[in-house]
Design a protein around this ligand. Structure first.
Ligand code: GDP
Ligand code: GDP
Length: 502
C-alpha cells in the first residue's frame, strides 16, 4: 500500500487549528472517543476525504522563537513536522485579520514546506473577496475562506490538499471494494450452508438457530464438524511463518535504540549505510528464535554514520508512518518519565490505526519499588483504553524482558491475523444475543442475524441484520468484548461494523 499523505496544521494559537483537526478526523475519532484516559487534546489523527485516507498533525502553537525546556522540544517537533509533511495548511484568523506573527510564519513556511495552502478561518458570514484581498500579501496565493466551527469550506480545503493523491487512492479503493464484495458473497454462502445444515440437524427443534455442538463456542480449535464444508475466504499461508513487521515507537530517549540494538545483537551492529530522508524509517530484517521479523526503526539507529543528531532523534511524521506500516507496534514508555501527553497521543493514534500493540515500560531498573507502584496505577488510569494490550516492564539496557516482549509481539500478531470463520462468528453472535438482547428502540428491536470477518490486522467483524442503525454504542462495546473473549483476541484492536440488509 502506498504510504498515507501527511497534512500538517500550522498557525498561531487560537486561530482554530484544533477545531479544524476535530472536523477532519471526526468520523475516525468516534472510534476512540470517550475511552477513559485518552487525551481530548489530541494532535495526531487520521482523516478521510472521499477515498483518500491521510494523516493529520496539529502542530500546536507555532512560536517563532521557542522559550524553554519542553517548549523547545515541542517547537522543534512542530518545525520538523512542517519539513516532513506533504502539505501544510496554514490557518489564519479572518476576524483578527493579518498579524505580524502570521507574516513571520509565512516566511518560515515558504522556506521549509513542500506545499502550502492558506486557509482563512472564522470566515462565516464574511465576504470571500475581502478576505482574499487582506491575506493576499502573504504571497501564498489565493486563500480559501473557511469556517472550521461551522464546517463551511472544510471539504473543499481537504480536497484541494489531497488532490495530487486522488487518482492513486481511488484505484486502491476500487480494488478493496471488489475484494470486500467477494468476502461478503462467501460469507452469505457460508451462512446458507450453515442454515441448511442446522435445519437438517435440528429438525423440529424450533428456532433453527445453529448452536455450537458442545464446549465453548468459537474456541479457535473447537473443530465444529460443519466448518469443513464451508468456503474459507482465504486458505492458510503454506509458506510457514509470516514475516512480522514491528515498529518500536515512543518519545525521544525512551530507549528505542537501546532495545533495537539489544534485539539485533552485536553482529548486526556493523554500520548500515542506507540513505534516505529523515521522514523515512529504515527497515531492518532479522530473525529471532528462527522467526523472521522486520524492524521499522524510527529511532535512527541505522542511519548513515551515527548521525544521531538531535534533529533526527524524533519525528512525528516518521512515527505515525511507522505505525501505519507495521503489523505490531511496540509502544515504549520511559519509567522515569511516567505517561506524558505525547505518549497518550501516540497511543491514541495506534488505536485509531487499528494496529496490534505491546506496551513496554523501559528503564524499570532505574526506579524503586514505591515509584513502580505509582507508575502502574498511572498507567491504569491514563492508558486504560489500551487494556487490550499486554504491558511489559523491562530494562533494555540490561537486556531484561526482551524475550517476553517478543513473545507478546508474536501473540498479538497471531491474534490480529487470526482467521475467523463465518459459522463460528455467527454462533458466537447468536450466543451473545441470547445472553443479552440489543435494546429496543421505539417499536423496533435490531435483529442481528449473522457475522463474517471483514478484514485482518485489525480484525473486523461485520454483523448483518436489520435495524442495525439503532444498535447503541454500549451494545457495540459489549459485542466487542464478547468476541474478544471468545476468539482470544488479546493484543489487537477489534472493530465491529454493522450492515443493515435484507
Ligand atoms: P487553536 O489554538 O488554533 O487550536 O484554536 P481552537 O481550535 O482552540 O479555536 C480557538 C477559538 O476559536 C475557539 O474558541 C473556537 O471555538 C473558535 N473558532 C474555531 N473555529 C472557528 C470558526 O470557524 N468561527 C468562529 N467564529 N470561531 C471559531
Ligand atoms: P531513544 O531516543 O528512544 O532511541 O533512546 P536511547 O536508546 O538512545 O536511550 C536513551 C538513554 O536512555 C540512553 O542514555 C540509554 O543508555 C538509556 N537507557 C535505555 N534503556 C535503558 C534502561 O533500560 N535502563 C536505564 N537505566 N537506562 C536506559
Amino acid at each position: 500500500m502506498s504510504s498515507l499523505p501527511v497534512v500538517a496544521l500550522v498557525g498561531r494559537p487560537n486561530v482554530g487549528k484544533s477545531t479544524l483537526f476535530n472536523r477532519l478526523t471526526r468520523s475516525r475519532a468516534a472510534l476512540v472517543a470517550d475511552r477513559p484516559g485518552l487525551t481530548r487534546d489530541r494532535h495526531y489523527g487520521r482523516g478521510r476525504t472521499g477515498e483518500i485516507p491521510y494523516i493529520v498533525i496539529d502542530t500546536g502553537g507555532f512560536e517563532p522563537v521557542a522559550k524553554q525546556g519542553i517548549e523547545v522540544e515541542m517547537a522543534r517537533q512542530a518545525r520538523q513536522a512542517v519539513l516532513e509533511a506533504d502539505v501544510v495548511l496554514f490557518i489564519v484568523d479572518g476576524r483578527q485579520g493579518l498579524t505580524a506573527h502570521d507574516r513571520e510564519i509565512a516566511v518560515e513556511l515558504r522556506r521549509n514546506a513542500r506545499r502550502i495552502i492558506l486557509a482563512v478561518n472564522k470566515a462565516e458570514g464574511m465576504q470571500r473577496e475581502a478576505v482574499a484581498a487582506e491575506f493576499h500579501e502573504l504571497g501564498l496565493g489565493d486563500p480559501l475562506a473557511i469556517s472550521a466551527a461551522h464546517g463551511d469550506g472544510v471539504r473543499e480545503l481537504a480536497e484541494l490538499a489531497l488532490a495530487p493523491y486522488a487518482e492513486e487512492f481511488e484505484r486502491e479503493a476500487q480494488r478493496a471494494r471488489t475484494e470486500a464484495e467477494v468476502e461478503a458473497e462467501l460469507a452469505e454462502a457460508a451462512r446458507a450452508v450453515q442454515q441448511a445444515r442446522a435445519a437438517g440437524l435440528t429438525k423440529g427443534a424450533g428456532t433453527g438457530a445453529a448452536k455450537a455442538p458442545a464446549g465453548k463456542a468459537g474456541t479457535p480449535d473447537g473443530g465444529a464438524p460443519d466448518d469443513a464444508a464451508v468456503p474459507e475466504a482465504e486458505p492458510a499461508d503454506p509458506r510457514g511463518p509470516r514475516r512480522v513487521k514491528v515498529a518500536v515507537v515512543g518519545r525521544p530517549n525512551a530507549g528505542k535504540s537501546t532495545l533495537i540494538n539489544a534485539l539485533l545483537g552485536e553482529e548486526r551492529l556493523i554500520a548500515f549505510d542506507q540513505p534516505g530522508t529523515t521522514r523515512d524509517s529504515v527497515a531492518i530484517d532479522f530473525e529471532r528464535g528462527r522467526k523472521p521479523y522486520t524492524l521499522i526503526d524510527t529511532a535512527g539507529v541505522r542511519r548513515r554514520g551515527k548521525v544521531t543528531d538531535m534533529i533526527e532523534k524524533f519525528s512525528v511524521v516518521k512515527t505515525l508512518q511507522a505505525i501505519e506500516d507495521c503489523n505490531v507496534c511496540v509502544l515504549m514508555l520511559d519509567a522515569r518519565e511516567g505517561v506524558a501527553d505525547q505518549d497518550a497521543n501516540i497511543a491514541g493514534y495506534i488505536l485509531e490505526a487499528g494496529r496490534a500493540l505491546v506496551v513496554v515500560v523501559n528503564k524499570w531498573d532505574a526506579i524503586d519499588e514505591s515509584e513502580r507502584e505509582r507508575l502502574k496505577s498511572e498507567l491504569d488510569r491514563r492508558l486504560h483504553f489500551l487494556s487490550f494490550a499486554r504491558t511489559h516492564y523491562i530494562s533494555a539496557l540490561k537486556g531484561k524482558g526482551l524475550g517476553a516482549v517478543m513473545r507478546s509481539v508474536d501473540d498479538a500478531f497471531s491474534a490480529a491475523t487470526r482467521k475467523l470463520s463465518t459459522p463460528k462468528l455467527t454462533r458466537a453472535l447468536q450466543e451473545a444475543v441470547e445472553r443479552q438482547q440489543p435494546p429496543r428502540k421505539g417499536p423496533l428491536r435490531p435483529k442481528l442475524r449473522y457475522a463474517h470477518q471483514g478484514g485482518q490486522n485489525p480484525p473486523i467483524v461485520i454483523i448483518h441484520g436489520t435495524s442495525l442503525d439503532s444498535v447503541p454504542e454500549t451494545y457495540r462495546r459489549y459485542l466487542e468484548s464478547w468476541f474478544r473473549d471468545q476468539f482470544k483476541l488479546e493484543g489487537t484492536p477489534l472493530r465491529i461494523e454493522f450492515r443493515t440488509g435484507a
